[in-house]
Design a protein around this ligand. Sequence first.
Ligand code: FAD
Length: 261
Amino acid sequence: MNILLVYAHPEPRSLNGSLKAFTIKRLEAAGHSVQISDLYAMNWKAQLDADDSIQRRPGERFDPSLDSRHAYENGLQSLDIVREQEKLLWADAVILQFPLWWFSMPAILKGWVERVYAYGFAYGVGEHSDSHWGDRYGEGTLAGKRAMLVVTAGGWEPHYSPRGINGPIDDLLFPIHHGILYYPGFDILPPFVVYRTGKIDETRYAAICEQLGKRLDELFTTAPIPFRPQNAGAYEIPALTLRPEIAPGRTGFGVHVGDDA
Ligand code: FAD
């Protein structure tokens, strides 16, 4: 199978650098084809701006969405964006690997999402009307592909538990899982999170690699998180709120995960 690893860490000799090398070796040994977007090594341009299209809409002010649509529809996107979109279309599975920085992804990776996820490619896909709010959340350009996060965090696992001070890890990762990955159609696998990175010796590193290796071996058989698809009847249209009979009385991110979780 084809696997794209999008990787965001500035130092090859870091824990993330070691885990990246381990991941590539493991996947290739299993017979997969792997492409890597090593964002720092590529000197990836993180900021979305008017330079993202080769030719702007004449006479118009820069509008991030409309300029993105114009460039995407007319083959005017900058080449670095096109290359990443091609990698996404090529991939059967995508892994985003990064250290947790300020409870989210590093800015360079957020910039990759903002620029590569063009209007017409990742959003603004499908019919938009009062009865159908686009092909998204379970449908879209990247439907049928799998995605998984590999995240390292300085905090301890209990700090990210349901009553932990940092908030539950599933909640912190929800905007990435649901908003960034499920939105354009990916099936999302449970994340692989390494906690307490300040306390890693050779023994623990070996155990982490063993656990990560198992997750990589099971990349195409692990059950995805059962997020509720937008267009399968669970949501009232056009409000896009969950029907009252589904998860009655419950609110919060967790209600968007189906009962088979
Ligand atoms: P490194 O620092 O490179 O390594 C960690 C440990 O692993 C070291 O002890 C190293 O010796 C060991 N190691 C590396 N490679 C190997 C190997 N091959 N074999 C054996 N041992 C090895 N944490 C949070 O929990 N929440 C946050 O919101 C958060 N925000 C942050 C914001 C910023 C700007 C920064 C800089 C850090 C933040 N952190 C946060 C901490 C951050 O998540 C960790 O520093 C990061 O995940 C560690 O990953 P690394 O690859 O940089 O590890």
